[in-house]
Every structure is written in C-alpha cells, then in structure tokens.
Design a protein around this ligand. Structure first.
Ligand code: 13P
Ligand code: SF4
Length: 304
C-alpha cells in the first residue's frame, strides 16, 4: 500500500530532522501537519528557538527571511518561494533611505511585513500584536517614521494619540473590506462580536469590537464568554480559531478575504521541500546582521 502525503511528510520530517512552521493564514491541511502554527510574532519567536537541521517555513517570503536571519546556521526552506507579500514590496531599501534622508534623525519602526533589506535600514521592528508598545517605547521624540503599512500606522496613532510619519503601503487582501460589509454581517448575526485585523482601513476598524492581530484573536476566543464572532481577516484563521474554540461559531466577513500568496503552499510542495531542500531562503550576511538587530530589538521588548 502506498503512503499518503501526510505519512510521507511525517517520515521525511523525522529523517531530515525538520521542524515545520506555519502561519495561521495557511491552508487548513498545512496547519494540521505543522509543529507550530502562529502569527508573525509567534513564528519569529519560535524561529529563534528552533533546534533542528532545517525549518520548513509555510508562509510568505518575509517570514521565512526572518527565520533565516534569526538562525544563520540553519536551513530555512520554503515549499513555494514565489509566495511574497505585496505590502512588503511597497517599500524598497532605496525608498526607505530617501524617506530617512527627508526626516534626519527620526527613528524608523518597521512592520515585519517588509523585506530584510528594509528591516536592516530600520531602528526596530514590530508586528501587529506589539506595534503600539514598540512605538511607545521610543519615547517623546519629535518624529517617528512608520513603514510600510499606513493602516497599522493609523491604528497606532489612534491608540497613542500621537502623529507618526506614515509610508503609503497597505495589504491588498485586507483592503477589500468595506464598513458596509461589517454592518451587513452584524445585521445577519446580531449576537456576534466583530474582530478585525489592524491591516484593515480605519473605517472598517471603526465598525469592529476588537482590532487585534491573529494571535490576539486566538487568545480572545479561548477566554471570551462570547460564543459567536464575525472575523475580518484572512480565511486561514478560521481553521485555527475553530481548533482553538470548537464550541464557538465563526463567520467570515467575506469569502474574498483570501491572500493568494498564503495559499500557494500545498502538502505536495511541503513533501518536495522536505526531500530536496528546495527552495532554500538565504539573506546576505551584511543585510542579515542589520535586520537581526532590528528584529532582536523588538523581541527584547516581549509583549507579543
Ligand atoms: P499577524 O501579525 O497577525 O500574524 O499578521 C500577518 C499578516 O501578514 C497579516 O496580513
Ligand atoms: Fe501580505 Fe496581506 Fe498576504 Fe498578509 S494577508 S501576507 S499582509 S498580502
């Protein structure tokens, strides 16, 4: 009898001393075979602790780059290395250098959804779960540059009641959400609470009960008394939420909230990656050193 893909993956994982990390936006079957499923912050932390020969990273390129930067000696392999993040590509290192030159001396807070080169030009990284604390930690400086996500930046501005100098980037997947969609979902499910990701527009954030990262969504549904939620972030999270709170009902705000890059990973590609180490993700040492400094500055703050 031939082995199915899941058995093949289990066997290869042992033979190759590999650990499989997956973001909560990954397809359900990929989340189910992962050793660790988490948000960007959890995955960064996990990647810094890994003790294995290779990390099979199921997510998008900036996340695998972060894992490579934090584990210079280890192989980080992506099952489909064409899975990028369009928001991360909305600012280049050259553009950031010009932005800094226009605001001399201002610290740069860089959302982890960015290239390693952009991180290397930044003061400190943040994720959607710690952006407010990280910006606040910079204290009373005249100007702070925030790249690349203007909507996460706006969220921080409102929480801290202070202005940031925002880059004009955004997530094309979350940008499809409109406030009317939230209003319609509320009419259909009047007892549900609404949670959305801070990558949504401020108008959508205004309609929500909770504006939180994916990791914070998982924590919320485990502790909440509420048993019904409307979810405004990428569809993969619904699988993770249902695993975390099996008694709770979750409604996706719209089936169109799907990140095409996150969906490039398949079990067949995971098996191939385990077998061949394709495609290995590397970051040039000078860039990695700079990016590591900015990521470690974030991790030193804790509070994911
Ligand atoms: P989290 O920081 O919530 O994991 O989100 C990552 C991401 O890519 C959101 O689109
Ligand atoms: Fe990038 Fe948006 Fe996809 Fe997240 S959901 S990886 S921010 S494109």
């Amino acid at each position: 009898m031939g082995m199915n893909l899941v058995d093949t993956i289990q066997q290869l994982r042992r033979e190759r001393r590999a650990v499989i990390l997956a973001h909560t936006y990954q397809p359900a079957e990929v989340q189910d075979i992962a050793d660790f499923v988490g948000d960007s912050y959890g995955l960064s932390k996990q990647a810094s602790l890994v003790d294995a020969d290779r990390i099979i990273f199921c997510g998008v390129l900036f996340m695998a780059e972060t894992a490579a930067v934090l584990n210079p000696g280890r192989r980080v392999v992506m099952p489909d290395a064409t899975a990028g993040c369009p928001m991360a590509d909305m600012i280049t290192a050259d553009q950031l250098r010009a932005f800094k030159a226009a605001h001399p001396g201002a610290p740069v807070v860089c959302y982890v959804n960015s290239t390693a080169e952009v991180k290397a030009e930044s003061t400190i990284c943040c994720t959607s779960s710690n952006a407010v604390e990280i910006v606040n930690s910079l204290g009373d400086v005249p100007e702070i540059l925030f790249v690349p996500d203007k909507f996460l930046g706006r969220f921080v501005e409102r929480k801290l009641n202070r202005k940031l100098v925002l880059w004009d980037g955004f997530c094309p997947t979350h940008a499809i959400l409109r406030p009317e969609m939230v209003q319609k979902a509320r009419r259909e499910h009047p007892n549900a609470q609404v949670m959305v990701h801070p990558e949504c527009s401020p108008e959508v954030q205004d309609q929500a009960d909770h504006v939180i990262s994916t990791g914070q969504m998982l924590a919320l549904v485990k502790r909440s008394e509420c048993r019904e939620f409307i979810v405004g972030t990428e569809e993969g999270i619904l699988h993770a939420l249902r695993r975390a709170a099996p008694q709770t009902v979750f409604h996706h705000l719209t089936p169109f909230l799907r990140c095409p890059n996150m969906k490039k990973t398949t079990l067949a590609k995971v098996a191939h990656a385990l077998e061949t180490d394709e495609t290995r993700i590397t970051v040039p040492p000078a860039v990695a050193d700079g990016a590591r400094r900015a990521i470690l500055a974030m991790l030193a703050h804790g509070g994911g």
